[in-house]
Design a binder for this molecule. Structure first.
Ligand code: GLU
Length: 440
């Protein structure tokens, strides 16, 4: 049974990096006909905000990444407490009293001596009396998991066989002095209880995975399959971290990026398969294979989203965009024709606004000085709307007869005068959409 989860902390908006994690987990669940859990990692009560949780759900729904089940860590504190007791009873959880400054000093000393800055476990040597004294002086301590100092190995779904020496890693803190359970423990309890079969997350979690494998085993759970995807960089290989704010999913949505364009790109970027525009979630699931992804950093260029969006829109029937077209104020009897005309001339649906404004109000005519008289004569030959699909032919025939112009010299100045642009849809198709007679 395949079960995956996407586990964001509700401390901000989802960005393109989070999407990769969400999408991979979603596709694995669908491919295995299993279930996909949205898990809200909200053990940090101070930083977690309900409005971010709402935003996360809204973004996932917009993309069509629907979850089968919702879990929230803040409702499971009893379970984490029980797991902590189990680890204490097994001698795997110990209380420490160092302040952040003391820990920092220790790390600096180790680094100065050329040693890795691994916690020295001095708290393990404390006697009961010393612990009582420290607790009285400093308040309750924080709790660390005592790693077995062995090599931790797993076969990573993307990175291949991995092995990490536990002796090179500090015993992870699982509970803070104020009693807050940390993600490392909470996540392990959830993964065990929810029967998670596959965990896909960013490669910044590799060390976490090593320690979590030991914690899972200490709690008697089954270790899931792990896969760590590479970091996303900008088009030049530069770090994206500072720009992620402007690469939030809601931002891309507002800029008109279509979900299928975004999903098609992200389901392939960084893999050895080419990016192909997919038109449905089924197609995406079909073509997804996590083993095709590599460890190298993945270059992401947001500009790639726009041609994919344009191509996606070109194939859509009016029914898929009818609400947006109606909201623009396009009369129902013109909607079909309007959409057929503009869909090949837009990059995003947002571009429709401009086209409709042009058809409704008329364009700022683009007229070269030497064409001014000609255009004036031509406009005098054009009746008032409504126009139909024959208007362009009959009008230009009349203009040709009157002025003697023909070919490009006839058509181009009229196109520019009517639409204010040098390029666009067929003029025969444009005329029936015009709500006002064009003027200079
Ligand atoms: N809340 C964690 C994060 O956002 C989840 C990591 C995981 O997938 O285990 O990094």
């Amino acid at each position: 049974m395949t079960t995956t989860r996407f586990a964001p902390s509700p401390t901000g908006y989802l960005h393109i990096g989070n999407l990769r994690t969400a999408l991979f987990n979603y596709l694995i669940a669908r491919k295995g006909q299993g279930s996909f859990i949205l898990r809200i990692d909200d053990t940090d009560a101070e930083r977690s905000k309900p409005e971010y949780e709402e935003a996360i759900k809204e973004d996932l729904n917009w993309l069509g990444l629907h979850w089968d089940r919702l879990e929230r860590q803040s409702t499971r504190l009893d379970r984490y407490e029980a797991a902590a007791d189990q680890l204490r009873a097994a001698g795997r959880l110990y209380e420490c009293f160092e302040t952040p400054t003391e820990l920092d000093l220790k790390r600096k000393k180790q680094l100065n001596m050329g040693r890795p800055p691994v916690y020295d476990r001095s708290a393990l040597a404390l006697s009961d009396a010393e612990r009582d004294r420290l607790r009285a002086e400093r308040g309750p301590g924080h709790w660390r998991f005592k790693l077995d100092q062995e090599r931790i190995e797993w076969d990573d779904g993307i990175l291949g066989p991995l092995s990490i020496d536990a002796a090179s890693v500090s015993d992870p803190v699982l509970i803070r002095g104020d009693g807050q359970f940390l993600y490392t423990l909470a996540s392990v309890c959830d993964d065990i209880d929810h029967g998670i079969s596959d965990v896909v997350r960013g490669s910044d979690h590799v060390t976490n995975t090593a320690t979590q494998i030991q914690i899972i085993r200490a709690l008697g759970g089954k270790v899931p399959r792990f896969a760590h995807h590479s970091l996303l960089t900008g088009p030049q290989g530069e770090a994206l971290s500072k720009r992620l704010g402007t690469l939030s999913l809601r931002d891309l949505r507002a800029r008109g990026v279509e979900p299928m364009a975004l999903l098609s790109l992200m389901a392939r970027l960084g893999s050895s398969d080419p990016v192909e525009l997919r038109r449905s979630m089924e197609e995406l699931v079909e073509g997804f294979d996590i083993s095709r992804f590599g460890a190298a950093p993945t270059r992401f260029d947001e500009q790639d989203l726009f041609p994919l969006t344009a191509r996606y829109l070109q194939s859509l029937p009016l029914s898929s965009v009818a609400d947006r077209v109606r909201a623009l104020g396009v009369p129902d009897d013109l909607a079909e024709h309007f959409w057929n005309v503009v869909r090949d001339n837009i990059t995003t649906l947002n571009d429709m606004d401009e086209w409709w404004a042009l058809f409704r109000d008329g364009a700022q005519a683009l007229v070269d000085e030497e064409d001014r008289d000609f255009v004036e004569q031509a406009f005098a030959l054009l009746p008032d709307p409504p126009y139909d699909e024959t208007t362009w032919a009959s009008w230009t025939a009349a203009v040709k007869e009157k002025t003697g112009r023909k070919g490009r010299g006839l058509f181009m100045p009229l196109r520019k005068a009517v639409t204010g642009r040098e390029r666009g849809p067929e003029m025969a198709d444009v005329m029936p959409l015009l709500q006002k007679k064009p003027t200079l």
